[in-house]
Design a protein. Structure first.
Length: 421
């Protein structure tokens, strides 16, 4: 299990940014349990290296980071940039979109892609109403940070199926569309995205649209290919697999490389002098939503004033044995679905009772078990006595109706995110 595979990191450690008011400290080359430690949350120390035992079963076959900014956005938003950082093991990247002419420093909104995705040509993806995060950033005065997961090699882990006929970069562009949501919903999703993916699938890879439709929605793929969603290919977020009532939520750098990655992105963004690291918001869709539900709770635990709200899209919370069917679990080679491994209890994380962290939950009624997991998240958040709003609309997986609804929900009338209003 994932919890048993993780070794201790050595070198320079990430302490104060995430462990400020918690019971973690850095000692003797490892993150160890200690008495209460209070450190300024603005201090970030970069996690530099890990031992060979660190998450040993995660493949070392990775591709180069793919972050880039859409050409039109880059021209009109000249202060925007690509950050090059590390997660302590692999080189990583993130995109920072800085609206022109805005008063600085700007609140930070992280946007996380789904499984298999990346942050290439970031800035033009729109919700179902035709509005992008860039549009809202310009209107409301915040910076958008596109995270990118480690880009694992396109060759599936063995044993596994042969490579798909549609290149992985083209499939990654259509990652929000899933056959899990049903053939008709998946096809509607794909048909709504050709403009977003034309540069990759048409101009670059020269893939006919009907071929893309069949590949993404499993129109003509064999069952073995359809079952290979657990393979380590494309962008895969590293969420701790085993989180239970006994373990609690796992938020240390030992538990996931994403902790170091996010800290290093925040540090690099802060160095630009244009963002306000005391106002951080998170959202994402599908696996990016799973990351959001876990990571927002971790960051809030470390600094309750820094992270006060998050927005989930098309993935909520699954409890082992609840009857919900999620994609195959990377960490055990697809032997079970996420949240169903022998030691598992919650995916992506338990709901931890706290104060001051609002959940803004979005899904579509045609999103099958993902939609039901969002209902679970909403019910669990309210049962814990915490603030939550939910918007459920028609549609399928990641067909988010309104990014603006998410932004307004997270801002909650405080002006912490939507400062241009």
């Amino acid at each position: 299990m994932f919890a048993q595979r993780i070794g201790f990191c050595v070198g320079v450690y990430l302490c104060a940014f995430f462990y400020g008011p918690s019971t973690r400290s850095c000692h003797g080359g490892a993150v160890v349990s200690a008495g209460p430690v209070v450190m300024p949350p603005s201090i970030v120390v970069v996690l530099a290296a890990c031992s060979v035992a660190d998450i040993a079963d995660i493949p070392s076959d990775v591709n180069a980071p793919m972050c880039s900014i859409d050409a039109t956005v880059a021209e009109e938003w000249p202060a925007s940039t690509v950050l090059h950082v590390s997660d302590g093991v692999n080189p990583r990247c993130a995109v920072v979109l800085v609206p022109p002419g805005e008063r600085q420093p700007l609140p930070m909104l992280f946007d996380f892609h789904g499984a298999g995705g990346n942050a290439r040509n970031f800035g033009v993806r729109k919700d179902m109403s035709g509005v992008s995060w860039a549009d809202l950033a310009l209107k409301n005065g915040f910076a958008v940070i596109a995270g990118e997961a480690t880009q694992f090699g396109s060759k599936p882990v063995t044993p596994g199926p042969a490579p798909m006929p549609v290149p992985s970069d083209c499939l990654s562009c259509f990652s929000p569309c899933s056959p899990v949501s049903g053939a008709a919903t998946c096809q509607a999703c794909v048909k709504g995205m050709p403009r977003d993916c034309a540069a990759t699938c048409g101009a670059k890879d020269h893939i006919p649209f009907p071929t893309i439709l069949e590949a993404v929605c499993n129109g003509k793929r064999s069952p073995s290919e359809a079952d290979a969603s657990f393979a380590w290919h494309g962008g895969q977020w590293l969420i701790p697999e085993v989180q239970t009532d006994d373990t609690g939520i796992k938020c240390s750098a030992r538990d996931s490389r994403e902790i170091a990655y996010i800290a290093n992105v925040v540090k690099a963004a802060a160095a630009l002098g244009v963002v306000d690291t005391s106002a951080v918001f998170l959202t994402g869709c599908s696996m990016g939503s799973a990351l959001t539900v876990w990571l927002a709770q971790c960051l809030h635990q470390a600094d309750p004033q820094q992270v006060t709200a998050f927005g989930s899209q098309s993935t909520g919370v699954k409890v082992k044995g609840d009857g919900l069917h999620f994609p195959k679990d990377n960490y055990n080679g697809g032997a079970t679905e996420w949240g169903e491994c022998d030691a598992c209890q919650y995916f992506p994380a338990p709901v931890v009772r706290t104060s001051g962290l609002k959940a803004c939950i979005v899904d579509q009624t045609g999103d099958n078990d993902f939609y039901r997991s969002s209902l679970n998240l909403n019910a669990s958040w309210h049962a814990a006595g915490m603030a939550a709003e939910a918007e459920f609309t028609d549609g399928g997986h990641c067909q988010t109706a309104s990014y603006e609804w998410i932004a307004r929900c997270m801002d909650d009338g405080t002006g912490r995110l939507m400062r241009g209003q």
